[in-house]
Design a protein around this ligand. Structure first.
Ligand code: BG6
Length: 501
């Protein structure tokens, strides 16, 4: 594709802008797992903001389904508290007064059990009604919930409703490659792929979407975006604080399933994929899948060399992982993981991509650092490009400049702040839900993306299963995490290939 005639691409890109606005959407949102952390802390506040922003129509309703003994009033009180707690300090908001809570109701039941779906069918008796079924339950229930919804004729290929019916599935999508494939198969037997929205909320972040704008709206960078000029790329999402009360979920998951397979892999795709033919959802997802397929997965011998894992011990930031609630005694679940990927294509051959994520670290930050190659003929330092996603949203290019009044050079930063971060743009879940309700699929994961990402993580999972405690580095909570020196090993052959020699 000719990068310099980007009309089609621009037209496609504009879709990203229009998704967040437009006419009001009338739909019922059914939150399965409606009392959980995700539903109350992320989804409900995002829906409330859409409501406040006038994006939801008069027929909007929110139905929470969960096992907890609650009535409508109790559920409204739960969401009210959660929404208020989600507001940045000092920001006013009253979901009771603005009419949002009047639209909320509760259905008590187990999402795996057919009974609550019969009650739900009575609520959704009008076939012209639009509905989004949001699976915010624990991942082991996704298959059951999706099946019960389809069996009750509420959604799916056989439902025959006039209104649209969509299924949003939160990550982790499966727990490994075989289970992801099985879940995809189960969903495809009951739903059209177009009606399945696999959610990765990182794609809803403005600064993540900006990666595409940065790469494809700044033609000056494209000639540099390859192995000849880039030495390595680091993609990092670190968090402060331990797992809190999420031990029940996290101990079965760990950092690789919780963050690496999804959020970090998506960032990797956006940074490294080839330019798509256009910016239609399918073309972008095709480009991501092509990239993932170009990554050789680690063999049994490389697996331990290409990843580092760790678990937090007691430190300045809190107790040890093993002392957290609902963590199994002696658990070897990783709370930190870093992996080295390479891409077998012309652009990237020999360039390591280091993906890193962890809990209870010194800093909460998510960024991508592109390290350009050093010019061997001068004493200058290598240039570096930082794409910062959080806490601030910036692009920083580090250059060398003359020291004022001197004869040497010093490092300077060219900073482009994306936007004020004080809530002036939609948060990730607001964007994701807005798009789900409007049927824009660009920010959702296609089944093959999920499977290809699992293919890359699978060798690590298998290695750890065979060697549960091997290489599990303990790091103090609040520190910098395990040493990653092994991932930065020089590889003469690869470096040579990278320079195109
Ligand atoms: C979630 C993970 O998907 O992302 C959490 O399950 C993690 O463990 C969270 O804390 C991080 O999201 P954000 O938007 O706060 O960076």
């Amino acid at each position: 594709m000719d990068l310099y005639s980007m009309r089609d691409m621009r037209q496609g890109m504009l879709k990203l802008d229009t998704a967040g606005t437009g006419q009001r959407v009338d739909a019922t949102v059914v939150l399965l797992g409606g009392t959980g952390d995700l539903a109350t802390r992320r989804v409900a506040p995002a829906l409330w903001k859409l409501w406040l922003g006038g994006q939801l129509g008069r027929r909007f309703r929110l139905v929470g389904m969960a096992r907890r003994e609650l009535d409508d009033q109790g559920y409204r009180a739960l969401l009210d508290a959660a929404i208020r707690a989600s507001l940045p300090a000092g920001m006013p908001g009253d979901p009771a007064r603005d009419g949002f809570l009047d639209r909320v109701s509760y259905l008590r039941g187990d999402v795996s059990d057919p009974a609550p779906y019969a009650a739900l069918a009575r609520l959704l008796a009008d076939p012209s009604e639009n509905a989004l079924f949001y699976l915010a339950c624990t991942p082991d229930r996704f298959g059951d919930a999706a099946s019960r919804i389809a069996e009750a004729g509420l959604a799916g290929t056989n439902s025959g409703t006039a209104g649209w019916r969509r299924l949003a599935v939160e990550k982790p999508f499966g727990t490994d490659l075989p289970s992801a494939r099985a879940l995809n198969q189960l969903l495809h037997e009951r739903y059209d792929e177009d009606d399945i929205l696999r959610v990765d909320h990182y794609l809803g972040k403005e600064a993540v979407q900006n990666i595409l704008y940065f790469r494809f709206y700044n033609a000056i960078f494209e000639p540099l975006w390859n192995r000849k000029h880039i030495e390595r790329v680091e993609i990092s999402a670190t968090e402060t604080g331990g797992i809190g009360d999420r031990g029940g979920y996290y101990d079965d998951s760990g950092a690789a399933r919780d963050m690496l397979q999804n959020h970090l892999m998506q960032l990797f795709c956006l940074v490294a994929m080839e330019p798509p033919g256009d910016f239609s959802p399918e073309a972008v997802r095709d480009a991501k899948v092509r990239l993932l397929r170009s990554v050789p997965h680690a063999g049994p011998l490389e697996a331990p060399l290409d990843c580092v894992r760790g678990q937090y011990a007691q430190g300045t930031d809190g107790p040890a992982y093993l002392d957290e609630q609902r963590v199994r005694p002696g658990s070897t679940t990783e709370t930190f993981v870093a992996a080295r990927l390479t891409v077998d294509n012309w652009r990237w051959k020999g360039v390591p991509f280091i993906l890193k994520t962890g809990k209870a670290l010194a800093e909460r930050a998510c960024h991508i650092v592109v390290h350009f190659r050093k010019d061997d003929d001068t004493a200058s330092e290598a240039n570096r490009l930082l794409l910062s996603i959080q806490p601030d949203q910036r692009v920083v290019l580090t250059i060398n400049a003359k020291t004022s009044g001197g004869d040497s050079s010093e490092r300077e930063e060219l900073v482009g702040a994306l936007r004020d971060t004080a809530g002036a743009y939609p948060d990730a879940y607001e964007r994701i839900l807005g798009d789900a309700l409007r049927g824009y699929s660009q920010l959702f994961i296609r089944f093959d993306e999920a499977e290809e990402a699992w293919r890359l993580v699978q060798p690590f999972l298998e290695y750890w299963k065979r060697h549960p405690s091997s290489g599990l580095a303990l790091y103090p909570a609040g520190g910098n995490g395990p040493d990653l020196g092994a991932l930065y090993r020089p590889d003469a052959g690869q470096d040579k290939a990278a320079r195109g020699a």
